[in-house]
Design a protein around this ligand. Sequence first.
Ligand SMILES: [Zn+2]
Length: 284
Amino acid sequence: MANLLRRLPKSIPVVFVAFVPHNPHSMIDTHCHLTFPQLSSRLDEVLAAARADGVDRMITVGTTPNDAVNARAIAEAHDNVYFTVGVHPHYSANLDNSELPRIGEIAGHEKCVAFGEMGVDYHYDDPPRDVQHRWFNAQLEVVRYTNLKKPIIIHCRKAVDDTLAIIRGSGLPGERFVFHCMTEGPDECRKVLDLGAMISFTGIVTYKNAPEVRESAKLVPLDRVMIETDSPYLSPEPHRKVRPNEPRYVTATARFLAELYGESAGAFVERVDANAERFFHLPT
Ligand SMILES: [Zn+2]
């Protein structure tokens, strides 16, 4: 760095941009996939980088019961990692019903902080809608049956009406749900807010081509906002070209949203952390 500075002409101002959250040890990535090979193959490095950037708690989200077992192993080995269990709609095609009781069983673990991710995705329409609906309904049935009072992470893409109909049909209170990775515009976002759910934003909200997601963000009351990476996917600006995404970059989305809401980064991080602690019943 010293060499670099010496080479710069004196007239050019050197500006160091650093993101320093209010409490450097409090930022939470509420949704990542540490079990995916892009991250699991270099887990120690990923966790160390997150910690160095002030992200020292994360929730690694299960996409199948087998994936949740791997997530559980990571959570058991690391104090600051929590996990969840559920079947992501894309992974429901080849599962049989014997997976359902496993979800209830794994959910009882003390570091399992939520059910999901589960839901409906019409972007790829794969597997067929009826298969996705069946798995979503069945998992909500497990949630009711286990009576664990843990929240539910919803994956919903281009399917807000059907997702809301299934949730309402379950009789579970809307406040127990978070719609993760919000990619919808204001009209659809309003429907989710009417349910009473939390809304979580990924790096997509920072993308130039996603103005409608920013419009949605402006609608969400600040006590219902959460932030996540969904890593290894969706690196936020200004790291969009970095692959894979990692929990450490949740700070970029936090900084972006703080600006959008007109709050200081420190106050905003404190706020979204409190939201996550309350919603997922994390120890504070
Ligand atoms: Zn995910």
